[in-house]
Design a protein around this ligand. Structure first.
Ligand code: ADP
Ligand code: MG
Length: 216
């Protein structure tokens, strides 16, 4: 479902990936570990096609970085849900609107928007706070809203960038259990983390960024 072949990526003269290969199957749960600055966020941006490799290719489902047309990228992004460490929620909108927003743009009828949004909010157990404004929520609750927003388009993979990075250990474990439950229903999850203890408590395949490559 995800294939990276011989990917080279650099910022100016700073090499991040030099001939990196990676594969992920539908429904897998994969951790990406590596020190700060090693390229974890860059990897997710390559898979989300925010950036493109200098050499090599990134393929996600049937979209290839070499051939995708710019106007098709938004369709790919609906199927590749991104969860950011800093949530990136709209602070002047309530919880419901933050999640529904992802559907308005796609021309879904309003009745269906309501149904899909409530379904996603229920999945992350935050539907009781659907009329709350974002600043009224705890960090863990905000992260759950951002996961609901990524889920509402029923993606085949969730990319989560240090989703527990800003949370206390209780909320972090809550988010881990949620990601594991989402994965057990069939959605693939690729998450970056520098907290390797999760890899033991919540088992998954582990891939490390090392010497500008991805190693098992
Ligand atoms: P990680 O997520 O593992 O901490 P990143 O992927 O964010 O690492 O960054 C990898 C390296 O690339 C870092 O050295 C970072 O400073 C650099 N970098 C990231 N984004 C940019 C950018 N937009 N322009 C220049 N350098 C960048
Ligand atoms: Mg990062």
């Amino acid at each position: 479902m995800i294939t990276m072949e011989n990917v080279w990526y650099r910022f100016g003269n700073h090499a991040i990936f030099s001939g990196a290969d990676f594969r992920m199957k539908p429904g897998e749960f994969v951790y990406v570990v590596g020190p700060s600055g090693s390229g974890k966020s860059t990897l997710l941006r390559l898979l989300h096609m925010d950036i493109f490799p200098g050499r090599g290719s990134v393929t996600v489902s049937n979209a290839c970085s070499r051939t995708i047309r710019p106007r098709d990228i938004p369709f790919l992004r609906r199927k590749v849900g991104m969860v950011f460490q800093d949530y990136k929620l709209l602070e002047d909108r309530n919880v419901f609107d933050n999640v529904a927003f992802a559907l308005w743009a796609t021309g879904v009828p309003s009745g269906k928007i309501k149904k899909l949004t409530l379904q996603a909010l229920t999945e992350v157990r935050i539907s009781h706070k659907r009329y709350s404004m974002i600043p009224e929520l705890s960090g863990g609750e905000q992260q759950r809203v951002s996961i609901a927003r990524a889920l509402v388009n029923e993606p085949y993979v969730l990319l989560a960038d240090e989703p527990t990075g800003n949370l206390d250990s209780e909320s972090a474990e809550d988010v881990m259990r949620l990601l594991k439950r989402i994965n057990s229903k069939g959605t693939a999850v690729l998450m970056t983390t520098h907290r390797e203890e999760f890899c033991r408590s919540f088992p998954g395949r582990r891939v490390r960024i090392q010497q500008e490559r991805l190693v098992e």
